[in-house]
Write a protein that binds this ligand. Sequence first.
Ligand SMILES: *Cc1c(COP(=O)(O)O)cnc(C)c1O
Length: 351
Amino acid sequence: MFDIDTIVRENIKRLKPYSSSRDEFNGEAKIFLDANENSFGSPLNDRYNRYPDPHQTKLKEAISKVKKIDSTNIFLGNGSDECIDLLFRCFCEPGKDNVIISPPTYGMYEVSASINNVEVKKVLIDENFQPDLAGIKNVIDKNTKIIWLCSPNNPTGNSINKDVVKKLMAEFNGLVVIDEAYIDFSSQPSFLNELNGYSNLVVLQTFSKAWGLAALRLGIAFASPAIIQFLNKIKPPYNISGATQQLALEAISNSYVVKNMVNEIVEQRKNLAEWLKTLSIVESVYPSDANFLLVKTKNAMKVYQHLLLNGIVVRDRSNVILCNNCLRITVGTTEENNFLTQTLLNYSNEQ
Ligand SMILES: *Cc1c(COP(=O)(O)O)cnc(C)c1O
């Protein structure tokens, strides 16, 4: 049975966390003179002169209802990127421990590893863009603390085979993190359904993609209460701003808007994929469970430049391993997609 205490860094176990004013007194009072705030107010109508709830209790309750996951299984970060960094700092001893990633995938796992001086072992995904189970098992050693997987994967767009992940979670004495930034666009079920069965699973989600709130910086880590407690212990006390907490609550109460947008994006994704396949400059459009398409072209750099000349910026992934001549194109609004397809058609006809 997986025991979280065996993989937490010793200094984190010993750490006495910062105790904020609101930790030391969080009852009702007439006058708060304990946090050196400005009691006069602020230049803003909504004030914001008081420190926000460091535990984000209301927001977690709202997320708990939406996701049908207990609040004790929820950690909130300043974007998923903060969750990624805190997982490294909690579990990986710099200069000693290592993690495994499966490229091509999201770049932040490796960047965050480097910042924390943690070795990264790379095991490429296979020709079906699935994690290489045997290859991963082969490089696991006693200092391997985290296996990072992304589903649907960025930049390939596909979902990961659940059985592969289940085998890893069952056999690995470390964390398996599944980054589900794009899960709302997927027809596959979330790994949140597996949280009860696997105490070494961490699922990352974000408000940056389907929710349309990239500027708020709000990411979620779902995991066992034991893991969540360690993340709470090391996070900056006020990592989620008062504005973010307030606006995210407002967004959740209007979540039907998200459902409608996601339906529209999934529909547009299908149309755009079908249309791109008819172009002579396109070699393949990979199946996508996300809000973008990975498109293999005849000459990605030239297509990229042509789009840019017409004011359209896509992501050139042609230098990424296994992504030769590939562009990653986000599904836009109907108008944006129409302009994109017209521009590509003009270019294709010139070839
Ligand atoms: C966009 C993206 C995120 C989002 O990160 P935030 O910090 O929450 O904005 C996380 N993971 C992947 C794979 C992404 O593509």
